[in-house]
Design a protein around this ligand. Structure first.
Ligand SMILES: Cc1cc2nc3c(=O)[nH]c(=O)nc-3n(C[C@H](O)[C@H](O)[C@H](O)COP(=O)(O)OP(=O)(O)OC[C@H]3O[C@@H](n4cnc5c(N)ncnc54)[C@H](O)[C@@H]3O)c2cc1C
Length: 331
């Protein structure tokens, strides 16, 4: 819940910076805390949380985005270590990361059951990165990563070889708390800017906020923002209570992402020509908002998860894997 509130606030100022908080808290350290060996917890969590070391989380590949079970990156056992070969793409902070959580397959014939996750020290010869330019979130650099015989000690395996896909999915659930909170922050920033502008901009002898059609847009923005906030906070609270929340965080991430994009469009409308100007912040919100329909699972993937659960095809929420006391030991 604290992470959600912080991420929302940061994102009202800069959505790109919010991404760093996800990597330094959720998809990085939280995953290690939940699934890492004692050696890995000792070595990696503190420097990441303190921001002394930069982390990244590598799920996506050129041929495996939404369909993570089709990953091609190979993670092969070689005696006392693993060897990684493959390419990752769209990796936030990938070109600056000291530590990376890399997911790959140890046996492609096993499909999702062949996925595993490991912690990688990136300071080695086989790790190469190339920056990717993008539309928004400019303070969150993105990289493609090429791995050639990258070496990982055995104790850096997350969970065991049979639980890798669960590691990835639980990690994404945590990331979705961060991402949905970031989307909420962008939506709130759009609302704040629009209220200010609607009160200041005078046309036909009165502030444009006095016109009913502008009021209607403001009312829609307020409603989307507040509904998103309840959904996002509920998901974060469930996580804090050690209760299942995969379904709830998917709803939160889907709705908050839509709220961000809708509110950014409405903010552009209220600002008229100034919405299109680089002088005002709303063009930035407009560019930043689109990430929230894509990152950490697209809007469609969230809808699939929500609908499959509602239709009884696939239950989204599964029992939590660890007991609360194990987390408290680490505080
Ligand atoms: C700014 C940014 C930062 C990112 N950071 C990271 C990161 O740090 N680490 C990381 O691993 N990845 C990261 N990503 C990648 C992101 O997670 C993927 O882009 C996302 O999962 C979608 O994968 P894709 O781009 O391959 O799209 P695809 O999976 O190719 O999807 C394309 C379209 O098809 C739709 N689609 C696909 N399958 C289905 C289906 N079964 N049913 C209905 N529709 C479907 C999708 O919803 C989407 O609209 C980042 C992306 C962005 C834009």
């Amino acid at each position: 819940l604290a992470h959600s509130i912080v991420c929302e606030k940061i994102s009202t100022i800069d959505s790109g910076l919010r991404s760093l908080f996800n990597l330094q808290a959720m998809t990085g350290p939280y995953t290690i805390m939940e699934w890492g060996s004692d050696e890995a917890k000792e070595q990696y969590i503190k420097p990441l949380v303190l921001g002394e070391k930069i982390g990244c989380a590598c799920f996506s590949e050129p041929n495996a985005g939404s369909d993570l079970a089709s990953m091609e990156t190979k993670i092969e056992e070689r005696g006392d270590h693993f060897l990684i070969n493959g390419t990752k793409t769209w990796i936030s902070n990938g070109n600056y990361a000291d530590y990376a959580i890399v997911y790959g397959t140890f046996d492609r014939t096993l499909k999702y059951k062949g996925i595993c996750g490991v912690i990688v020290d990136t300071d080695q010869q086989g790790w190469h990165t190339s920056e990717i330019d993008k539309l928004g979130d400019k303070n969150s650099p993105i990289a493609e990563i090429f791995m050639e015989d990258v070496v990982v000690p055995k104790e850096n395996l997350l969970g065991d070889l049979s639980t890798g896909f669960k590691v990835a999915m639980t990690s994404l659930d945590r990331g979705r708390i961060s991402v949905s909170s970031g989307a909420l922050g962008v939506a709130q920033a759009c609302l704040d800017a629009s209220v200010k502008y609607a009160n200041e901009r005078v046309q036909f002898g009165q502030p444009i906020g006095k016109f009913q059609m502008v009021k209607a847009i403001i009312a829609d923005m307020v409603s989307y923002v507040e509904a998103a906030r309840f959904l996002v906070r509920r998901a974060a609270w469930l996580n804090d209570q050690d209760l299942p929340f995969t379904r709830e965080v998917a709803i939160a991430k889907y709705f908050a992402g839509e709220a961000a994009v809708k509110c950014a469009g409405w903010a552009m409308e209220i600002h008229g020509g100034m919405g299109y100007s680089l002088e005002m912040p709303v063009e930035k919100y407009y560019r930043d908002s689109k990430l929230y329909q894509v990152g950490e699972g697209t809007a469609n993937i969230m809808r699939l998860l929500i609908a499959d659960d509602a239709l009884g095809y696939k239950q989204a929420n599964r029992p939590r894997l660890k007991t609360p006391s194990e987390f408290k030991d680490l505080e």
